[in-house]
Design a protein. Structure first.
Length: 312
């Protein structure tokens, strides 16, 4: 498979590795981006996947929670330029789309686009987006969303970071209705969104980390250890140690609390639970970063050099 300049650029943005290393990795991986990431990590040329993901598209990630804290949504809408992302009409469309999703509860974006628009019963959401193109003069695309509704006692909180480049929706569970209304819990829930934005957990607990992600990490660590020259009888123990560290980073409950690194998130929840005489948990979260998986059109120097490299 031919390795293109855009593929090299995407891999560079994911890993921070040099262009020649990226091109070699893509060649070895037959053009498979994720396999190339693994190749670079095994060779020690790339940061962990957690550090990957430079923003690669324009638009807005927005999040909201209803007044009662029981329903919430985080949504991404893409556009062509950062200028339009700050346009009041574009921002209002994104906010209206959130309200539409809360009210109509579509299962996915395709279903959402086919629904009657909350602001005008004569058009669909897709039509409303098309009309917005005419207003702002740029193509826009409602891309994805996550919607939560609290089951039982608890509350939701929404956190938006970097002016709409990153959004988090988090559900905190309690067993008592009064606990969910407590200011301490509300403050903690908001700070939990900040934790998730900054520390990038993969899941709440170790059991919830996808099996394929665990297998992938273990395979990478085993390959690294095999290349280290250490005796084979030590490999499993070393890999287990690396996996333990991985879970501390990947699992929200095991992470150090960013507002007080002397405790973990699990420890914080336990302390607050004792103070309020309740069991306090984090049930789930959605972390959405603008442009994840999308490639930004760019004429920067790196792209030009990569293009010349590919031609050579």
């Amino acid at each position: 498979m031919q390795v293109t300049a855009s593929m090299v650029k995407e891999l560079r943005e994911k890993t921070g590795a040099g262009m020649m290393d990226c091109k070699k990795a893509l060649t070895e991986a037959n053009g498979d981006i994720e396999a190339a990431v693994d190749y670079l990590r095994k060779k020690g040329m790339a940061a962990a996947a957690k550090k990957a993901g430079r923003i690669t598209s324009e638009g807005l990630v927005s999040a909201m929670v209803t007044e009662d804290g029981k329903q919430g949504v985080v949504v991404e809408v893409n556009c062509e330029s950062d200028f339009v992302a700050k346009n009041p009409d574009f921002i209002k469309f994104t906010e209206d789309l959130q309200k539409h999703i809360i009210e109509n509860k579509p299962a996915n974006m395709d279903e959402c686009l086919a629904q009657t628009w909350i602001g005008d019963a004569s058009v669909t959401v897709k039509d409303a987006a098309a009309q917005m193109v005419g207003v702002i003069g740029e193509n826009i695309s409602p891309r994805r969303f996550e919607m939560y509704e609290v089951q039982g006692e608890g509350l939701l909180d929404a956190y938006v970071h970097m002016g709409g480049k990153l959004g988090v929706l988090v559900e905190v569970g309690t067993t008592k209705a009064d606990t969910a209304k407590n200011d301490t819990i509300k403050d903690m829930a908001h700070k939990m969104g900040m934790q998730i934005a900054a520390a990038m957990p993969v899941a709440v607990t170790e059991d919830e980390v996808p099996a394929d992600a665990v297998e992938r990490e273990r395979a990478i660590y085993k390959d690294q250890v095999a290349q280290s020259g250490k005796p084979e009888k030590m490999w499993d123990k070393i890999v287990d140690g690396k996996m333990k560290k991985y879970f501390k980073d990947a699992c929200l409950l095991e992470q150090a609390w960013v507002h007080d690194t002397n405790t973990t998130v699990k420890g914080l929840l336990g302390t607050i639970g004792k103070e309020l005489d309740d069991t306090v948990t984090v049930r789930r979260f959605a972390r959405m970063q603008l442009g994840e998986g999308l490639e930004k059109r760019s004429n920067d120097l790196a792209s030009e050099v990569a293009e010349q490299l590919n031609k050579g």
